[in-house]
Design a protein around this ligand. Structure first.
Ligand SMILES: *Cc1c(COP(=O)(O)O)cnc(C)c1O
Length: 398
C-alpha cells in the first residue's frame, strides 16, 4: 500500500472489534483483576513474545491499541504508555542511566526534566551538565566516557531555540551515546524523530500525550517510543518497577483525540504563525521567538529538519522598558487567553516567565535587548478574535 497520511493512518489503524460488533471506537477495558481460565494458565510463565493479560496494571486491549497507534504516529516500533509526560521523562532517564553515569541536557530543557535530573537523579549518583543546544562543537567537547544519555528538545521550552539537532546527533552517534528527545512540541507531526536525516535519528522519543495527542486539556498521559527492541525491554522493565499503569478512561480520551490530531496540529500551527508574525510588528515587543521566523534562535536548524511543522507555541519578549508588573497587567487584560500551564488544548493560554532561576547559561538576548517574556500557546479559537484580544491588551503598554 502507498504511504498514507497521518490522519488516515490513525483513523484506519488495525483493530479487530469483537465478532459482529461494527463500532468504530475501541471500547473502554477496565480491570484490576483479569481472570485466568484455570490454575495451569496462572502458573504458566509470562512470555515476552505473546501478549498475555494477567493484571490490569500491566496492559489492557485498550492500552495496547493506543500504544500501537502512538508508535505509528511516531514511526516507532514500540511504545510504553505512562501516566504523564513527566512520568515519561523519569521513566526514560531511570531506564537508561545508573549511578556514576552522566546525562547532558539542553539548557532550555522542559523545567520538570531539569527538576528530576537535579533532584532525583543526583540523589541516585547520576551526574548532569547543561549544554547550549545551538553550539554543537561545544557540545561535542563536553561528551565524555561517562556520558550515557543526551536529552534533546526541539524546539526548547519557553525560549523556543531550535537545536542544531543534526550536529548534536552526529556527535552522539560518533561516540555511541544514547539520545532521547522530548518530542512534545513536534508531536509526531513536525518531523520523524527517528530519522531526522538519512541514518540519523534519536534512540528514544517521548512525548506528553497530555498536549496534542489528547487535545482536550482534560487528560494527563505520556508515551516513550523506540525502534530498538533492547531499549524497549529496558523501558518496559522500568515501567513495571515503577507501577506506572494508565487509567482506561484516559486511554479512551486519547484514542478519541488521535483522529483529529493532524488537523488540530495544522490549524493551531497556522494560527500561531500568523499571530507570531503580527506580534513581531507591535511596538512593545522586542522580539518574537518562534522557530519558523527568520532571526529566531535556531531558525536555520529548524529549516533543515522541520520545514513542514512548527507547532502552536511562541514567546514574545517585551522591550526592557516595560516592568514585569506591566507585562503581568497585559496578560491579565487578555480575555481569549487563559492563564495556566499545559498547552495544545482548545483554549489559548498566556504565561509570563521569569527565566532568571531556570537557566545555567546566558539567554540568547541581553537585558538591554529584551525584558519580560510571555509564552503563548495557541488553541482552536478564531484567529481574528485572538488578534483583536492581543491588540486590546497591548494598548495597556501604550
Ligand atoms: C507538558 C510537557 C511535558 C510534561 O507533560 P505532563 O503530562 O504535563 O507531565 C513534558 N515536556 C514538555 C515539552 C511539555 O510541554
Amino acid at each position: 500500500m502507498t504511504k498514507r497520511g497521518k490522519s488516515t493512518e490513525l483513523i484506519h489503524h488495525d483493530y479487530q472489534p469483537p465478532t459482529g460488533w461494527g463500532a468504530v471506537p475501541v471500547p473502554v477495558y477496565k480491570a484490576s483483576t483479569v481472570l485466568f481460565p484455570d490454575t495451569a494458565a496462572l502458573h504458566r510463565p509470562r512470555s515476552r513474545e505473546a501478549v498475555t493479560y494477567r493484571y490490569g496494571l500491566q496492559c489492557t486491549p485498550g492500552s495496547l491499541t493506543l500504544a500501537a497507534r502512538i508508535a505509528t504516529l511516531e514511526q516507532a516500533q514500540h511504545c510504553v504508555l505512562v501516566p504523564s509526560g513527566l512520568a515519561a521523562i523519569t521513566l526514560t532517564s531511570m531506564s537508561l542511566l545508573k549511578p556514576g553515569d552522566e546525562v547532558l541536557l539542553p539548557d532550555n530543557v522542559y523545567g520538570q526534566n531539569r527538576h528530576v535530573t537535579t533532584g532525583l537523579l543526583s540523589r541516585l549518583g547520576i551526574q548532569h551538565r547543561f549544554y547550549d543546544p545551538l553550539d554543537a562543537a561545544a557540545f561535542e567537547a563536553m561528551l565524555s566516557d561517562r556520558t550515557r544519555l543526551v536529552w534533546l528538545e526541539a524546539a526548547g521550552s519557553i525560549t523556543m531555540e531550535f537545536p542544531d539537532v543534526l550536529g548534536l546527533l552526529r556527535a552522539c552517534q560518533a561516540r555511541g551515546v544514547l539520545t532521547a528527545m522530548d518530542n512534545t512540541w513536534g508531536a509526531g507531526m513536525a518531523f520523524n524523530a527517528f530519522e531526522l536525516a538519512p541514518g540519523l535519528g534519536v534512540d528514544v522519543s517521548m512525548q506528553a500525550l497530555t498536549k496534542f495527542a489528547s487535545g482536550g486539556a482534560d487528560v494527563l498521559m505520556g508515551a516513550v517510543c523506540t525502534r530498538n527492541a533492547d531499549l524497549h525491554r529496558r523501558l518496559d522493565e522500568m515501567y513495571e518497577f515503577l507501577g506506572y499503569g494508565v487509567g482506561q478512561n484516559d486511554v479512551e480520551a486519547v484514542l478519541r483525540g488521535l483522529p483529529s490530531l493532524a488537523l488540530r496540529y495544522r490549524a493551531q500551527e497556522a494560527t500561531a504563525l500568523d499571530l507570531a508574525r503580527w506580534m513581531q510588528q507591535q511596538p512593545a515587543v522586542a522580539r518574537v521567538l518562534h522557530p519558523a521566523l527568520p532571526g529566531s534562535p535556531g531558525h536555520e536548524y529548524w529549516k533543515a529538519v522541520s520545514p513542514a511543522g512548527s507547532s502552536c507555541l511562541f514567546s514574545a519578549v517585551f522591550k526592557p522598558g516595560y516592568s514585569a508588573r506591566q507585562v503581568d497587567a497585559f496578560v491579565d487584560a487578555l480575555r481569549c487567553f487563559g492563564i495556566g500551564y499545559s498547552w495544545a488544548g482548545p483554549m489559548s493560554l498566556a504565561v509570563p516567565y521569569d527565566l532568571s532561576r531556570s537557566r545555567s547559561l546566558p539567554l540568547p538576548w541581553t537585558p538591554q535587548e529584551g525584558g519580560t517574556l510571555v509564552r503563548f500557546a495557541i488553541g482552536l479559537e478564531d484567529v481574528e478574535d485572538l488578534r483583536a484580544d492581543l491588540a486590546q491588551a497591548l494598548t495597556l503598554l501604550g
